[in-house]
Design a protein around this ligand. Sequence first.
Ligand SMILES: *Cc1c(COP(=O)(O)O)cnc(C)c1O
Length: 360
Amino acid sequence: MSRVFNFSAGPAALPEAVLERAQSEWMDFRGTGMSVMEMSHRGKTFMQVAEKAEQDLRGLLGVSDDYAVLFLQGGATGQFAAVPLNLQSGGQAMDYIDTGAWSGKAIKEAGKYGPVNIVASSQAQGYASIPDPATWKLDPAAAYVHYTPNETIGGVEFHFVPETGSVPLVADMSSTILSRPLEIERFGVIYAGAQKNIGPAGLTLVIVRKDLMERKSAQVPAVLDYALQARNDSMYNTPPTLAWYLSGLVFEWLLEQGGLPAMAEVNQRKARTLYHFVDNSEFYRNPVEPSARSWMNVPFILADESLDGSFLKQAEAAGLSGLKGHRSVGGMRASLYNAVPEAAVEVLVEFMADFEQRHA
Ligand SMILES: *Cc1c(COP(=O)(O)O)cnc(C)c1O
């Protein structure tokens, strides 16, 4: 068996230790004579899995009892609708910060439910920076302020938490959650599709301040209804049991690594290594303003784009997978989520240096 270094943006790499543990429990889950995905979500065995995952996640992020933690489905895209449906009603305005492809999709979806203010945008800068907070036109009467802390496609990341006063802050953390410690109390709602930095696709994590849960519009679908799902421990309908279990194994693995402070150190080192190499090369380039560069998704462009195909082919042959940039922007992108080891970045940089030498 040989596993590659996987730089996919999502679904993305999972820790090998987690995959091995899941394999060892696959046929006979903890003495039940069946796999974890064949049993009732309401039985004692699965309830223990579910509760442990929630407790471990709360421990990792420091989530207090003021917040509900929901294990839902529908992806971050489902939350693009769930957020306005749960937090806004009666024609109240919703503030959005536009920093790229994913915030754009969130804005488009929210627009179906009420008036959206784009309070800041980096579109004119090619989405290569974060708009200066001093220029944001926040509405103190808005239902919430929504932003995308890490733009997975553009490789642009906020390295600060926006200040929104008493207006609840909502964050799409799909590609950055669990990469470093977080001040949870600064947020009203945090949501994330699992398939980047949590676990497999199929699970959507939502962390919501309890006092915000009863604002919803009458039309919110039951599966997206925060208050209803919270009252039912995310089991108003059948939850994604396999993804919930696997994510729980990832939480245990993160705790074993030393939790989020330890992950932050490793993640920052990985990103630094790659940016440092790219910045010192005449052959590769990263288009993002240095203060807004993502730790998680590092796009880079070759000086001669006619070499893109051979770069990818040779990378694949060297055991480096998933480096093709998003179809909307082209070029390359290395995603450096928690499960991507430092060794992967070292091998990538060696490969890039070698490729440059042979083609520059
Ligand atoms: C991947 C991604 C999404 C879309 O997630 P789905 O689970 O496919 O709906 C939304 N926002 C961000 C920041 C992402 O990285």
